[in-house]
Ligand binder design. Structure first.
Ligand SMILES: Nc1ncnc2c1ncn2[C@@H]1O[C@H](COP(=O)(O)OP(=O)(O)OP(=O)(O)O)[C@@H](O)[C@H]1O
Ligand SMILES: CC(=O)N[C@H]1[C@@H]2OC[C@@H](O2)[C@@H](O)[C@@H]1O[C@H](C)C(=O)O
Length: 402
């Protein structure tokens, strides 16, 4: 089956689109990347998304316009990535997260639930019905809501896909995505008893999010990120500060856990700048310290929450190109070899888009997408809402201005 996966993550840099050929189901799952491209958002749309994500209030009319502008961009990305190929049978569209509130953990006394907390809430814009209509391709969207309704975090959802694409017969692996936020999938060797139940995963904390915001501020907007980690590499991390930051609840909390810009956004960075002022850090030292927070929060969580450290760490996402970050991660995980998913045959740039193609394919086959031990959901569920396209084909995208 030919499936298009569409993903725009917490960095809000653009839409990753992957056209893949998928066969098999779970243990025999095979994915071949036929085409992959990133389509940057128009600047105005990007700044609207960032503003809403940072809590700017908008009217329902503005909300509707934003939802459809995002859907239009996603539909255009789908059509562009499949140009020159056989039209796809299905689209899996993650959409754009603009709000994510994990569920609060139940308050327990003597093992009795004394206060039952509300469900989590996660909102991805770019409605699937519109994408299906505009592309003429049946579309699965809204992947997180069913897991959340079952009491889960709704994230991360990639671990079950990582498991079947990257599980190794004899080696244990951590698949570490470093996007705006970092998230890990731990895969014990496939020979382990009850293998799928032993897979673990959680959000590790900030990936590039704080670093990107800091680079933008320190360069007065001239740079959007620290290319290859070159700027941070000229500084020295302040370990005392990293120790202090790592005491924060999120890093100490055991999984299931997920997070976003709501926690590691501009307000968090403001506090980091204030702390750094007390140590008189140079700009490069500050960036090195934020990079160290990403590296050490990842390594700390492996040490604290895994049954054993992995043999290999496979990096994915844009942060896998940050050479300084990769080097710091290797320093903090000396017993593992830190490489990228590219080196084991899966595109580090398009891994998340590929994962949403697989989740849509699993939804089509009625196969669960979440791992309850990862998200905390009460059960494994097929994820996503299906928007079927009848026979009429696609409407003109140009007729939907944004
Ligand atoms: N050459 C590079 N050197 C350093 N960092 C890079 C490089 N290329 C990309 N990045 C970082 O990767 C980020 C984008 O990563 P990615 O597209 O994986 O994030 P995302 O998918 O939006 O986030 P998430 O996975 O949290 O949803 C950029 O914002 C930048 O910080
Ligand atoms: C709410 C949301 O969009 N979460 C993203 C985000 O980006 C990384 C991390 O935080 C992860 O939990 C998740 O995305 C990936 C694709 C996931 O669900 O596995």
């Amino acid at each position: 089956m030919h499936v298009i996966g569409l993903m725009s993550g917490t960095s809000v840099d653009g839409i990753d689109a992957a056209l893949v050929e998928i066969s098999g189901l779970e243990t025999d799952l095979q994915v071949k990347l036929l085409a992959g491209a990133t389509y940057p958002y128009p600047e105005i749309l990007q700044s609207q998304i960032l503003a809403v994500g940072a809590g700017k209030p908008i009217s329902m009319a503005e909300f509707a316009a934003l939802d459809d502008a995002i859907a239009t961009q996603f539909a255009q990305a789908a059509l562009a990535v499949q140009a020159g190929h056989t039209p796809a049978d299905l689209i899996g569209s993650h959409g754009q997260t603009v709000y994510h509130r994990p569920p609060k953990k139940d308050q327990r006394t003597n093992d009795k639930v004394v206060s039952s907390s509300p469900l989590g809430y996660s909102l991805q814009l770019g409605r699937g019905a519109a994408i299906a209509h505009l592309t003429g391709i049946s579309t699965v969207s809204n992947f997180r809501v069913a897991d959340i309704a079952a009491g889960g975090q709704g994230a991360p959802l990639v671990p079950r896909v990582d498991a079947y694409l990257l599980g190794h017969a004899t080696q244990s692996r951590c698949v570490q995505n470093i996007g705006g936020i970092g998230n890990v999938t731990y895969l014990p060797a496939r020979s382990t008893a009850n293998w799928e139940q032993q897979v673990r995963g959680w959000d590790t904390g900030p990936g590039n999010m704080l670093l990107d915001l800091a680079v933008q501020q320190l360069s007065q907007g001239a740079k959007t990120y620290d290319q290859d980690g070159a700027w941070a590499a000229t500084g020295t991390p302040c370990q005392v500060l990293v120790e202090q930051w790592l005491q924060q609840d999120f890093f100490q909390q055991a999984p299931p856990k997920s997070t976003g810009r709501e926690l590691f956004g501009l307000d968090y960075l403001k506090d980091c700048f204030a702390d750094a002022g007390r140590y008189q850090l140079s700009d490069a030292d500050f960036l090195a310290t934020l990079t160290e927070l990403t590296a050490r929060s990842i390594a700390h969580s492996y040490g604290a929450f895994l049954p054993q450290l992995p043999d290999q760490v496979l990096l994915g996402g844009g942060g896998s190109r940050n050479l300084y970050l990769k080097q710091r991660l290797q320093v903090h995980l000396p017993s593992a070899s830190v490489i990228t998913t590219d080196e084991v045959g899966l595109s580090a740039d398009f891994k998340e888009a590929i994962a949403f193609a697989v989740l849509a394919y699993w939804r089509h086959h009625g196969i669960p997408g979440n791992l309850p031990q990862v998200t905390g959901a009460a059960k494994a569920i097929a994820l996503g809402e299906i928007h079927l396209v009848a026979t009429s084909g696609r409407d003109s995208i140009e007729s939907h201005p944004h």
